[in-house]
Design a protein around this ligand. Structure first.
Ligand SMILES: [Zn+2]
Length: 340
């Protein structure tokens, strides 16, 4: 097959940088790769079909490695019963195998699974998934922040089950006031620091000053603020500033995910781009990361679109930035062994 046939289906749409029709190439080429093809005349050659074009492997640069740092999985299975207090467990499954299919289709080589709250503090399903697919997944556990044995639970999930990381989710209402209770918080934060595992924070900007106090006391641990603390672009500037202030702590990271959630516009959610750019400027590419938040995100956006918005749409990221945002930043916290 000649190159003109191989690349004939390549086309561009208004509002999108480019689209790969060929599914086998749909996620493996970076924008640099596309530019490389253009520079090599591959696309022009496709229309002319006159001379022998270069091999696409030679024309394209190295494919982007893609690791997803944020998904959830669960299954309706008596082996993993829903807890009593969860009166409305999910009826639809979101299993590891469903996720593996999505990853294979879209070129995502590894994923970090964040234990879903449906199970409350029983992280066994994610733990078993990690054991079953150790080359594909790592996991972040949860512990009950109001339990006196929370630190020991964190040790258990880390040392016996192989989790790497713990997530706390203080709400901004008084229900989340436990984040200000040092008797509860110090043991958990101290233990995470001792274990060398990252702390993930799911909250809104109003709680970030409370979180900051713990960050100040634990300069030697990695902390990840999930989803830009869901700061809305319509929030007062001081709200975003609470997030940007955390960039002054060198081991604080930020997920630039959830643009689909904070936007008032359809895809590609351009009303959120200034905020993403501001976060990028504050943290730098080696402390920000994308994330699908599948399957939570799928009510608003397809799995692959959460990748495409960062990789193909946000034009203020250069190719080196994308290497960090799509994998290298994530590997700083969750290094995966290279595939054999
Ligand atoms: Zn999530």
């Amino acid at each position: 097959m000649t190159l003109c046939f191989q690349f004939a289906p390549l086309y561009a749409e208004p509002g999108r940088r480019f689209v790969f029709y060929n599914p086998s190439m749909s996620t493996s080429l970076s924008r640099r790769g596309f530019a490389g093809l253009l520079a090599a005349g591959a696309i022009a050659g496709a229309s002319g079909c006159g001379s022998e074009p270069p091999e696409p492997e030679q024309a394209a640069s190295k494919p982007l490695k893609i690791i997803d740092p944020h998904v959830h999985v669960w299954v309706n299975d008596p082996a993993y019963p829903w807890p009593e207090e969860n009166k409305n467990p999910p009826k639809e499954d979101a299993t590891a195998e469903m996720l593996l299919d999505l990853m294979a289709t879209h070129g995502v080589v590894h994923t970090v699974i964040v234990h879903p709250f449906h199970y409350r503090w029983d992280c066994r399903y994610v733990g078993d998934v990690m054991k079953k697919y150790p080359d594909k997944f790592q996991g972040v556990c949860r512990v009950n922040p109001e339990a006196r044995d929370a630190a020991d639970e964190l040790s258990k999930w880390t040392e016996e089950w192989g989790f790497k990381g713990v997530r706390l989710s203080p709400s901004v209402s008084e229900v989340g006031n436990w984040i200000t209770n040092n008797e509860l918080m110090d043991p958990i934060w101290d233990r995470a620091e001792q274990l060398g595992v990252p702390m993930l924070i799911l909250t809104k900007t109003g709680r970030l000053p409370d979180v900051q106090k713990h960050i100040e006391k634990h300069p030697d641990m990695d902390v990840v603020i999930d989803h830009m603390a869901d700061c809305k672009t319509t929030d007062p500037p001081e709200e975003l500033q609470k997030l940007l202030t955390l960039a002054t702590f060198p081991r604080v990271y930020c997920k630039i995910s959830h643009t689909w959630s904070i936007s008032d516009e359809p895809y590609p959610h351009r009303d959120t781009w200034d905020q993403v750019k501001t976060v990028y400027d504050a943290f730098g590419p080696n402390r920000i990361m994308w994330g699908t938040d599948w399957p939570v995100s799928k009510r608003k956006i397809d799995y692959v679109k959460t990748l495409e918005i960062v990789r193909d749409e946000m034009d203020f990221f250069n190719d080196e930035d994308l290497e960090w945002i799509l994998s290298k930043t994530i590997e700083r916290l969750w290094p995966f062994p290279e595939a054999a």
